[in-house]
Design a protein around this ligand. Structure first.
Ligand code: ATP
Length: 240
């Protein structure tokens, strides 16, 4: 792996991880630089969520290492990886449904280190639908608003690298478009984003590069443009 890349952003170097005795991902090598959106694509059960959990420290590594800006973080607990600048939005969103939108945002606050200093007001500019819902309980929001809140809450931690697990899943097309605008804004601000999705309809709008995982191993890497032209790869590895 190029040492230049590992000094700048997130790098997975031959990462393996799994559950019980079984390995769910093997030898995953992948980088995400600041301002880059990388789509990790693959079918149901391919190993996408496991890859994000391994990066965030929710699963112990069975091999390889994870680096952030060149520092190995593989042995660190989850909160220390957040402290290293990594923000994670899991598939189940994990917002506090009994708290208001504003309280959810406060719950994500972390001291600013090197990232942007997000405040609730700045986040309400980025997510205009959340502003009028500031004092409503998160459990009363629509699925799309809850997804936006989950992302906004993670941004309150001022990450420099975002891990998003199937953010467009179950959302109406108009909400997916709004989410795409947010992702593009964050990219322009220099965040690196690793985005898991099962299909390419959202990722073609926002991603620079694609990596495809199947049965726990990376099978393809290329630009989103290359992937769009490669019918054979899409048919073989993706649900298209
Ligand atoms: P999905 O879109 O369904 O989340 P995915 O690509 O994210 O798919 P993973 O959730 O990473 O896939 O699952 C990879 C493999 O690990 C699958 O075979 C899955 O059954 C297995 N697996 C996932 N979570 C667990 C768990 N908690 N315990 C045991 N095996 C698991």
């Amino acid at each position: 792996m190029s040492t230049n890349l590992t000094r700048n952003g997130l790098a997975l170097d031959a990462v393996s991880a799994g559950y019980g005795q079984a390995l769910a991902i093997r030898d995953i090598t992948l980088t995400v630089t600041p301002g880059e959106v990388v789509a990790l694509l693959g079918r149901n059960g391919a190993g996408k969520s496991t890859t994000l959990k391994a990066v965030m420290g929710m699963l112990p590594l069975r091999g390889g290492q994870v680096l952030m800006d060149g520092d190995e973080i593989s042995g660190r607990p989850v909160h220390a990886r957040a402290g290293a600048g990594i923000g994670y939005v899991p598939e189940d969103r994990r917002i506090f449904t009994g708290l208001t939108v504003a309280e959810n945002l406060e719950s994500g606050r972390r001291p600013i280190e090197a990232g942007r200093d997000w405040t609730p007001d700045r986040l309400f500019d980025l997510f205009p639908n959340l502003a009028p819902a500031r004092d409503r309980h998160a459990g009363q929001l629509s699925g799309g608003e809850q997804q936006m809140l989950a992302l906004a809450r993670t941004l309150m931690g001022n990450p420099r690298m975002l891990l998003l697990d199937e953010p467009s899943e179950g959302l109406a097309p108009v909400i997916v478009d709004a989410l795409a605008r947010v992702v593009k804004t964050l990219k322009q601000e220099g965040l690196g984003i690793l985005l898991c999705e099962q299909n390419t309809s959202f990722t073609t709008k926002v991603a620079d590069r694609a990596a495809i995982i199947e049965s726990g191993s990376l099978q393809y890497e290329g630009s989103m443009g290359q992937l769009a032209l490669d019918d054979a790869v899409r048919k073989r590895y993706l649900a298209v």
